[in-house]
Design a protein around this ligand. Structure first.
Ligand SMILES: Cc1cc2nc3c(=O)[nH]c(=O)nc-3n(C[C@H](O)[C@H](O)[C@H](O)COP(=O)(O)O)c2cc1C
Length: 313
């Protein structure tokens, strides 16, 4: 399949057939996902691909945890959705519930549908993706790229998938079930198998914003001036171009910038189903004292490459 076709056609499946995928196909898909780029090529992702009876047992553990309520995540969940993000989130949710014939006011039906996350929407396989704790947010970014390649490679192989942050809501249960060491953080899960073409949850497709809403094409820095909120971008662009160097600081290409291991702020919010959320990102013993201005925050590993007043031609 053409890459363009794969990107345009892939979609998130929420109704699978029980048929197992041949091991050869699974190996091909996961081998392709291994081609994902990562910072310094560290390849921090690790996948536990849980299938068959083990998947059924895991579904039971996670569903029980979800019914009991309360979450434990390794990463902060979104603190809130505002503006266009809220619009898009709602549109996706309403499209799903409309295709299932669930009224907006029917909270019980919505919660029962949400609960299906933890039995993988009937998929015979679920991939649990973890990263290394010390690699921080960049490790998670690398895993995000891996997930994208995985779902696209799976689509190309005739499989259906759905990435699921919901599976990471119960990191402790996954840690215990899979025997994960404490330095592995659960990023998300991906359920996969063959789509049930008759399932109503598979009858809708989501939309995307126009490219102009997502990409600012910059060829002339001065064109950024004067726009609300663009002042910072213009200054940053000038910094990069060596035109302005606040504090005359040396910059570094690798190992510099914001400390990637900065602990995330504790987030509180609500999941799609309205559950109250909180994560345990503050587990680091020094989490509370690493604030702006704290020397601990500005300590960086020795830069691999340092550049001073780079001039772009
Ligand atoms: C990181 C990530 C987490 C997601 N978590 C969930 C989830 O927990 N449950 C779910 O049903 N869909 C989940 N999705 C699927 C999104 O809702 C879906 O990708 C989005 O609505 C766009 O639709 P599409 O994948 O069909 O193009 C997740 C997607 C991503 C990338």
């Amino acid at each position: 399949m053409e890459l363009e076709t794969v990107l345009n056609e892939r979609w998130s499946c929420r109704g699978f057939l029980p048929d197992a995928v041949p091991e050869e196909t699974l190996r091909k898909v996961f081998t392709l996902a291994q081609r994902t780029p990562s910072w310094c090529n560290v390849q921090p992702w690790h996948t536990h691909l849980v299938s068959g009876g083990a998947a059924e047992q895991l579904a039971k553990v996670l569903t029980e945890a979800a019914v009991a309520g309360g979450l434990n995540t390794d990463f902060p969940i979104p603190a809130g959705y505002h503006g266009v993000y809220d619009d898009r989130r709602r549109a996706a949710g309403y499209a799903l519930y409309a295709s299932l014939g669930i009224e907006r006011s029917d909270k019980l039906a919505r919660n029962l549908q949400m609960l299906k996350n933890w039995s993988f929407f009937g998929a015979p396989h679920v991939a649990v993706i973890t990263t290394d704790r010390d690699l921080g947010v960049y490790g998670a970014i690398d895993c995000g790229g891996y997930v994208a390649n995985l779902v696209n490679a799976a689509h190309d192989a005739g499989l259906a998938t759905v990435p699921q942050a919901a599976l990471a809501f119960y990191a402790e249960e996954l840690r215990e079930f899979l025997g994960l060491p404490d330095d592995r953080q659960v990023v998300c899960g991906v359920s996969l198998g063959y789509a049930d073409p008759e399932h109503p949850a598979n009858a809708f497709r989501t939309e995307r914003a126009e490219v102009g809403d997502a990409v600012t094409f910059v060829s002339d820095v001065s064109s950024l001036e004067g726009k609300p909120d663009d002042q910072g971008s213009a200054h940053r662009a000038r910094d990069l171009a060596g035109l302005r160097s606040p504090l005359g600081r040396r910059r570094c290409l690798e190992g510099g910038g914001r400390d990637p291991s900065d602990p995330p702020a504790v987030a509180h919010g609500r999941a799609e189903g309205g559950q109250r959320l909180c994560h345990r990102g503050s587990r680091r013993p020094d989490a509370g004292r690493r604030r702006l201005g704290d020397p601990a925050r500005t300590r960086h590993p020795r830069p691999v490459v340092a550049i001073d007043r780079v001039r772009l031609r």
